[in-house]
Design a protein around this ligand. Structure first.
Ligand code: ADP
Ligand code: MG
Length: 249
């Protein structure tokens, strides 16, 4: 379980997060919504270890995640996607997927030198996992294409797949559906539901309320760096305060 407790962040004296607490559970998809500048990406960056909060803690399964140490957080089984996918554009789709694998078989020289069979098996397993994931994302037919030749929506799907190659316990997504055509959003929805069904915890920042209502078990609403509401998607849609602050209605 992910537990965020009393997290506060300021940028140059301006409060971006003002004591945010929330929980996310394995096998469930938590939506994080709120107007632009409400602190959603900042919160995700705190969990991912990109930003060290000035106050508060983040616990994963009861243990604090290292603050401000993204690689150490990733090693704890936390994966994230970015608003703008970070791909190696000239490498193929399959090569990008393999770059996302948790343990690079070639990394441990000792294994390569003294246990070459094991290194080969690990590499073969990573390749199988990559193609299996591409299949689930509907990208298998593009495996040999340069990542840079994919559409923006396909690149976002690919970056989801890359994040999954590390077999994470917790997946953090920042606006995966933004600017993506509805057919590919439907792929994302199926994929995220499958990831949750495997028992992973998913935290999804998204403006697309249709997608949020479709995939999220629970929604937390941020406004000006504070949680103003939480509940099921249906409850959130009925919340007058949320409608005023978020949708300006
Ligand atoms: P959201 O993702 O909800 O749109 P952000 O978390 O990106 O909101 O931003 C929250 C607030 O923090 C905004 O006022 C934004 O301008 C500010 N902010 C975010 N990142 C930085 C940064 N690196 N430096 C200065 N201010 C920032
Ligand atoms: Mg943002």
């Amino acid at each position: 379980m992910l537990s965020i407790r009393d997290v506060a962040v300021s940028f140059a004296g301006v409060r971006a997060l003002d004591g945010v607490s929330l929980e996310a559970h394995p096998g469930r998809i938590l939506g994080l919504i709120g107007p632009n500048g409400s602190g959603k990406s900042t919160l995700l960056n705190v969990v991912a270890g990109v930003i060290a909060p000035e106050a508060g803690t983040v616990l994963l399964d009861g243990r604090p995640l290292p603050a401000g140490a993204p690689h150490a957080v990733a090693a704890q089984g936390v994966a994230r996607t970015f608003q703008i996918p970070n791909l190696a554009r000239r490498l193929t789709v399959a090569q990008n997927m393999l770059a996302g694998a948790r343990r690079q078989p070639g990394e441990a020289l000792a294994t390569l030198l003294f246990r070459p069979g094991r290194a080969q098996r690990a590499e073969a397993a990573a390749v199988r996992a990559a193609f299996d994931m591409l299949d689930r994302l509907g990208l298998a037919h593009l495996a040999d294409h340069p990542a840079g030749s994919l559409s923006g929506g396909q690149q976002k799907l690919l970056s989801m797949g890359m994040a999954m190659m590390a077999d994470p316990r917790l997946i953090l997504l920042d606006e995966p559906a933004a600017g993506v055509n509805p057919v590919l959003v439907a792929h994302q929805v199926v994929f995220l539901k499958a990831m949750a069904a495997e028992g992973r915890t998913v935290m999804l920042i998204e403006h697309n309320m249709e997608m949020v209502a479709d995939v999220c078990d629970e929604v937390v609403v941020l406004d000006a760096g504070a949680v103003i509401a939480r509940g099921s998607p249906a409850e959130i849609r009925r919340d007058a305060r949320v409608m005023r602050s978020y949708l300006g209605e």
